[in-house]
Design a protein around this ligand. Structure first.
Ligand SMILES: Cc1ncc(COP(=O)(O)O)c(C=O)c1O
Length: 394
């Protein structure tokens, strides 16, 4: 199998698995228990908090463990909104191509009377700090802009946006789920107030993540119950998962430079090869993108058919037009960067990691053009385009 869907999830690293096992088999105590077996778990939890904090330029007190990126996004946004409402500030700035964990939370807030402004995204998949600056009003309580986009891989100018927000005294949250472990993060230096991350995107386990909250920013709890996580996130901590996350993040950060070099070379070779397919377009910024992200639109095909045929050849990839709701809606991200519906349907995302090889890239570069050709050969729409009855878009 060739796994090229690392933006969806990653295989756990040996380091992460090894870090988890003792906390399932031996040190299984509840960290809230006062006896020694519980306290050993509590000490491990504290060390994991210190290690996660160190990887993002934070202090341990600023880390709250969550069940993943979605929970961290929800808690960050709802906390900032709650605080804003208390001060009569009900305007929130975000972008049109955030993950649904952000967009659906904002939709919920709209239903509660908040005014949400989604900044338009440029053709290369970015927003500028100038756009953010112009959108901020006296009643803005939160700016939430992702660090890197999960579909098209574009990396946003988070440091510049943070600086604008700090100057305007508006809270700044960034969904760094796709960036953590892959791009350097410095919460203090980048003036970030709230940041979400998720372990399964950097070879850690699924169902565990963290929310960074700058000291002094009040956090509201989503889950009521015990006093875990300083009363901000009830529920017995997922100690094995948290240990796996800390180990995976440390490993990813320690090898970031060499991984970036290796993975971006594979990415660039894939992009160069796929560009030779006629009537295609690369989605996202050709330069300023995640090391492993490749995303193309191929005119005249359906992304789902391409995925299924790639799967037949043992290649795991993803398409933007995920039919999550049963309806085949094209990706909101591709629409946000200006791709027409027809073209957005024919998208393919390949996301690589450091264990992918040159042979994987060779196999993908052989399979994709053949499958695109085959699918176009069966398409009546494509025949109309070839014969000149209909115009090409790309
Ligand atoms: C940008 C982004 N935000 C949030 C999430 C949600 O993370 P989780 O799966 O840990 O809930 C994802 C996962 O795909 C993501 O890519």
């Amino acid at each position: 199998m060739i796994y090229a869907d690392n933006a969806a999830t990653t295989k756990m690293s040996r380091t992460a698995v090894d870090a988890m096992l003792p906390f399932m088999e031996e040190v299984f105590g509840n960290p809230s228990s006062l006896y020694a077996a519980g306290q050993r778990a509590a000490e491990a939890l504290q060390s994991a908090r210190e290690r996660v904090a160190a990887c993002i330029g934070a202090s341990p007190k600023e880390i709250t463990f969550t069940s993943g990126g979605s929970e961290a996004d929800n808690q960050a946004i709802l906390s900032a909104a709650q605080m804003g409402a208390r001060q009569g500030k009900t305007h929130i700035v975000s972008t049109a191509f955030e993950h649904h964990a952000v967009l659906h939370t904002l939709k919920k807030l709209e239903g509660q009377g908040f005014e949400v402004e989604l900044l338009p995204v440029g053709p290369l998949g970015t927003v500028t700090s100038r756009q953010v600056e112009q959108a901020i009003r006296p009643n803005t309580c939160l700016v939430t802009v992702m660090y890197a986009n999960n579909e098209i891989g574009s990396v946003l100018p988070v440091g510049e946006i943070g600086a604008v927000c700090r100057e305007k005294r508006v809270l700044f949250h960034t969904d760094a789920v796709q960036a953590a472990g892959h791009l350097p993060i410095d919460t203090a230096g980048q003036s970030i107030d709230l940041l979400s991350l998720s372990a399964h995107k950097f070879h850690g386990p699924k169902g565990v993540g963290a929310l960074y909250v700058r000291q002094g920013v009040p956090l509201a709890s989503l889950i009521e119950g015990g006093a875990q996580e300083r009363g901000k996130r009830a529920g017995t901590e997922n100690v094995p998962g948290i240990m796996g996350m800390a180990a995976a993040l440390e490993e990813a950060c320690a090898h970031m430079e060499e991984n970036t070099l290796r993975v971006s070379a594979l990415r660039d070779r894939l992009i160069e090869g796929l560009c030779n397919i006629p009537h295609c377009a690369l989605n996202g910024d050709p330069v300023n993108r995640l090391p492993g992200n490749v995303n193309f639109c191929f005119e005249g095909i359906e992304g789902e058919s391409l995925l299924l045929l790639l799967d037949d050849r043992g290649i795991c990839a993803s398409s933007g037009s995920a039919c999550t709701s049963g309806a085949l809606d094209p990706s909101h991200v591709l629409l946000a960067i200006g791709r027409p519906h027809e073209v957005a349907h024919g998208s393919l995302r390949l996301s690589l990691c450091e264990t992918n090889t040159d042979q994987d890239v060779d196999a993908i570069l052989k399979a994709v053009p053949e499958i695109v050709d085959y699918l176009r050969g069966m398409s009546p729409l494509w025949k109309d385009k070839i014969s000149g009855k209909k115009a090409f878009v790309l």
